[in-house]
Design a binder for this molecule. Structure first.
Ligand code: HEM
Length: 130
């Protein structure tokens, strides 16, 4: 199985629990007060469901889907729109890994590496569009 296939299955085991997205944002906001501040006026109920789709786009891009959705994220998170500095994506990915570790019963260090490898190209594309 490729990294992308392993990640697709791992997300399948994790993505159905609403607490996955609550835990993700609590992990992510816990990484930096600057990150927490960005979500003070956000409706977190809808944000959690937007993230559910967003992670799926990254996973599908890793599996060979077109980069249209990734480019849309690059655009919306860019300097002239939401102004998300590229340095925050490392914390985003660490928060995702922390969350997967808790929610995927089959999580392992090897699977963590598969996630990091599979998502790297999409994240680099979003960062490069800043
Ligand atoms: C909004 C996904 C990384 C901060 C969104 C939205 C999605 C999303 C789907 C909804 C709007 C849209 O479609 O553009 C993602 C994914 C990420 C990522 C998949 C990783 C690759 C980040 C990072 C930050 C961030 C690193 C930095 C703190 C925000 C903020 C909003 C947002 C502030 C708007 C919230 C609001 O509407 O109040 N993100 N995001 N995102 N994201 Fe991200």
């Amino acid at each position: 199985m490729t990294d992308a296939d392993k990640v697709f299955q791992s997300y399948g085991r994790s993505c159905n629990s609403p607490s996955f997205y609550e835990d993700f944002y609590s992990n992510f906001m816990g990484k930096s007060p600057e990150i927490r501040a960005m979500f003070t006026n956000t409706d977190m109920t809808s944000q959690r469901s937007l993230l559910r789709g967003g992670i799926m786009w990254l996973v599908m891009h890793a599996r060979g889907m077109s980069d249209t959705k990734i480019r849309a994220l690059g655009e919306s998170h860019s300097r002239s729109k939401m102004n998300i500095n590229p340095m925050f994506y490392g914390m985003w990915l660490d928060a995702l890994v922390d969350t997967l570790e808790k929610h995927d019963p089959d999580f392992s260090q090897e699977l963590e590496q598969s996630w990091r490898n599979a998502l790297r190209p999409s994240i680099e594309m979003i960062q490069s569009m800043y």
